[in-house]
Design a protein around this ligand. Structure first.
Ligand SMILES: *Cc1c(COP(=O)(O)O)cnc(C)c1O
Length: 355
């Protein structure tokens, strides 16, 4: 058995792999592979419908919020969001909390004004700035709810009277939030929801259509809403894997139940990082992410040796991002508590060998 701690694409539930694999060979005893299914068939329309419905149910969305399954990755929404929401003279406010946030800021500048209301860049994004004001006239405040690379996560979503837009790529459906409080949420599916190739957008339809710019057909969220995410050929297989994962999540008891396990996993690993004489965390404690746990060794010369030790014991994907170094263990929804316990036992074993 391999323990996959990759940051994305990442671990999914085993039963999702099994059902997806079976569907590639023969979808629902139809004699056809899911890969050769037409997207306008009743069978696929039912999959899309169920995936959308499960998202609405799991997130407790009201009728103003629409769920879209789109191409292009979260990165496309760095530009698509301002293209839809910001006129050239308008301002959007940004929290500069990591590489992904910075990319969103740069893209927004192509369509309007991007005002950075806070930044932790000077400390290599190791904390989340809490003391900032959002200009009243800002069309929206953009936040990255979980900073995948640095391992920080807003434990409390900043309170503002402005509209909130969130990049939720790496913690969507991992914890209970009032999702209706967000006017737009976007997330690449490949971290917590399904296969790479599809991006989820949750948008309050009332915020659309308020700007003067001409928006190209494929970029206009309203067109995707009108066509039920089938404006062109959707990524059929990727949407199918999302639907399977959402079914699995519902069976686990939904976001509320998975959050309890996510809390236990994170507590277990951080407790070991704080206890173990060889390791230390990289970010301010109150901002620690429950999805991407970043840590280094007190003696950096031992890092290569721990990585090799862990790899030999079938741990995969814990090498930290190059901008942080050390290690990053991603504990997405599908990661069982027992796998985290196993990683912890290896850290203890390594400590005893190295002391
Ligand atoms: C992975 C990630 C992205 C990039 O997603 P793509 O789908 O590859 O464009 C953006 N934001 C965050 C927070 C991420 O974790």
């Amino acid at each position: 058995m391999v323990y996959n701690f990759n940051a994305g694409p990442s671990i999914l539930p085993k039963e999702v792999f099994e059902a997806a694999a079976a569907a590639v060979l023969n979808y629902n005893n139809s004699g056809l592979s899911i890969l050769e299914y037409g997207h306008r068939t009743p069978a696929f329309e039912a999959i899309m419908q169920e995936a959308r419905q499960l998202m609405k149910e799991l997130m407790n969305l009201d009728n103003d919020h629409e769920v879209l399954f789109l191409h292009g990755g979260a990165s496309t929404h760095f530009m698509q969001v301002p293209m839809n929401l910001l006129d050239i003279k308008d301002t959007a406010a940004f929290t500069d909390t990591g590489v992904w946030a910075a990319k969103a800021i740069n893209e927004a500048k192509l369509f309007g004004k991007a005002e950075i209301v806070c930044s932790s860049k000077e400390k290599n994004y190791t904390y989340l700035p809490k003391d900032f004001a959002v200009p009243n006239d800002a069309k929206y405040l953009h936040i990255t709810t979980n900073n995948t690379i640095y391992g920080t996560q807003w434990q409390k979503i900043p309170i503002t009277s402005n509209s909130i837009v969130a990049d939720m790529s790496s913690d969507i459906l991992s914890r209970e939030l009032n999702f209706n409080a967000f006017d737009l949420i976007y997330a690449g599916a490949q971290k917590n929801i399904g296969a790479a190739g599809v991006t989820i957008v949750v948008v309050n339809k009332n915020i659309l259509g308020k700007i003067k710019r001409y928006i190209p057909t494929m970029m206009d969220y309203r067109n995707h809403i009108a066509d039920g995410s089938m404006l062109n050929t959707p990524p059929v297989f990727a949407v199918y894997t999302c639907m399977l994962t959402l079914r699995w999540l519902k069976k686990q008891g939904g976001v509320k139940e998975i959050e309890k396990i996510n809390n236990q996993k994170a507590e277990m690993l951080y407790a070991e990082i704080d206890r173990n004489s060889l390791f230390k965390g990289t970010v301010q404690k109150e901002d620690r992410s429950k999805m991407n746990v970043t840590f280094v060794m007190n003696d950096p010369t031992k890092e290569a040796s721990f990585l090799q030790f862990a790899t030999q014991k079938n741990i995969m994907g814990i090498k930290g991002h190059r901008s942080v170094g050390g290690f990053r263990a991603s504990l997405y929804n599908a990661m069982p508590l027992s796998s985290v316990a196993y990683l912890v036992s290896l850290m203890q074993e390594f400590e005893s060998i190295n002391n």
